[in-house]
Design a protein around this ligand. Structure first.
Ligand code: ZN
Length: 90
């Protein structure tokens, strides 16, 4: 029984470690200001994608994209957002 409790405690401290790592994360690249563990907060890559597609259709100026979406770092790589951004720059 005591062993079970010890295991549960270990799991809890692991979870805490994960949360602490999340707290040190950057902000979402769609400029919403939410903390994100990756480039975008969950689902916000879709927001960014729709903004980029608006620019492609001429409904929005490239200069009106959030500055966080116009970084060179984001245009690198093989992801959809990166490819769309490179298309805009070309
Ligand atoms: Zn966002």
């Amino acid at each position: 029984m005591a062993n079970k409790i010890a295991k549960r405690k270990a799991a809890t401290s692991r979870t805490r470690g994960k949360k602490a790592a999340k707290g040190a994360a950057r902000l979402c690249a769609c400029d919403c200001g939410k903390p994100a563990t990756r480039t975008f907060a969950q689902g916000h890559d879709a927001k960014a994608r729709s903004l980029i597609l608006k620019v492609q259709r001429g409904e929005l100026k490239a200069a009106d994209l959030p500055a966080t979406l116009r970084t060179a770092e984001l245009a690198k790589g093989d992801g959809l957002i990166a490819r769309l951004l490179r298309k805009l720059q070309a």
